[in-house]
Design a protein around this ligand. Structure first.
Ligand code: NAI
Length: 221
C-alpha cells in the first residue's frame, strides 16, 4: 500500500524506472546500502530531492544508514509491477511494430505481448517472433476478452485516433503511442507518447546552444 495514499506526482513516477535501474545495478554489485547523497549524484538531484521522491513509497531510509538496496529494489519491483505480468498488444505490424515484437527486453521486464494487429489482410496469420498477426477488426473483442492492459499504437497518423478509440472502448488501461499525433482520448486512460523526432529536435537544439566550454542546460526530467 502506498504510504498515506499521497498522490504521487507524475515527475516522480517518471523517475522511478531510473531509480530501479540503479538499484538493480547496485544489487548486482552486491552493494547493501546507499546514501541519499550518493543516489542524488547518480540521479542528478539533491539528497533532499531523493528523500522526498522515495518518501512517497514508504520509510525505506534510516537516518545515518542510508537505503537498504535489496529492500528498496524489491519495493520498486512491486510498485512498477515488474513481478506481475502486464499484457499488451501492438497495432500496426510495420517497421516499428515488428521491431518492438522482436525486442526481448519487454518480456524480461514483465511485459507480455499477446498479439499484433494490422489492417493488411495479407499479413493476417503471419507470425513474428512467435506472435500472431490478427486482422484489426478483431482488436476490440481481443482486448476485451483477454483483458489486455496496454495498447501500443504503431499505425500511420491518420489511423491513430480510430485505433485509440477502439482500444479505450474495449477497456484498455493505457496507451503507448508512436504515431506523431496527440491522441484524443479520455483523461482516465494514460497515454505515453514516444516521439523520437521531438527528442532529436531537442537534442539538436541543445548541441547548438551549449556555450563554448560550458555545460548543457540542466535536464529536469
Ligand atoms: P509502417 O508503414 O512500416 O507500418 C504501419 C503499419 O500500420 C502497416 O503495416 C499498416 O498496414 C498498418 N496500418 C495502417 N492502418 C492501420 C489500421 N487502421 N489498423 C491497423 N493497422 C494499420 O510505419 P512505421 O514506420 O512502423 O511507423 C508506424 C507509426 O509510427 C507511424 O505513425 C510513424 O509516423 C510513427 N513513427 C514514429 C516514430 C516515433 O519516434 N514515434 C518513429 C518512426 C515512426
Amino acid at each position: 500500500m502506498l504510504k498515506g495514499k499521497r498522490k504521487i506526482p507524475k515527475v516522480v513516477v517518471e523517475r522511478l524506472p531510473r531509480y530501479y535501474r540503479y538499484f538493480d545495478w547496485l544489487e548486482d554489485k552486491q552493494v547493501e546500502k546507499i546514501s541519499s547523497r550518493a543516489l542524488g549524484e547518480y540521479m542528478g538531484a539533491s539528497a533532499s530531492q531523493v528523500r522526498l521522491d522515495l518518501s512517497y513509497f514508504g520509510d525505506f531510509g534510516q537516518q545515518g544508514y542510508g537505503y537498504n538496496v535489496r529492500k528498496l529494489k524489491a519495493e520498486m519491483e512491486r510498485i512498477l509491477s515488474i513481478n506481475r505480468q502486464t499484457s499488451f498488444v501492438i497495432v500496426g505490424a510495420g517497421n516499428i511494430g515488428r521491431a518492438l515484437t522482436r525486442y526481448g527486453a519487454f518480456k524480461r521486464a514483465g511485459f507480455v505481448l499477446k498479439g499484433l494487429f494490422d489492417v493488411k489482410p495479407l499479413l493476417s496469420g503471419e507470425k513474428i517472433n512467435g506472435v500472431l498477426i490478427h486482422p484489426v477488426e478483431e482488436l476490440g473483442a481481443f482486448v476485451r476478452d483477454q483483458g489486455i492492459d496496454i495498447g501500443v499504437i504503431a499505425v500511420p497518423r491518420e489511423a491513430a485516433n480510430d485505433i485509440a478509440r477502439v482500444l479505450v472502448d474495449s477497456g484498455i488501461r493505457g496507451i503507448f503511442n508512436f504515431a506523431p499525433i496527440d491522441l484524443e482520448v479520455s483523461s482516465r486512460v494514460p497515454v505515453e507518447n514516444i516521439h523520437i523526432i521531438d527528442k532529436m529536435l531537442s537534442l539538436s537544439f541543445l548541441i547548438r546552444n551549449v556555450p563554448p566550454g560550458g555545460e548543457a542546460p540542466e535536464d529536469h526530467t
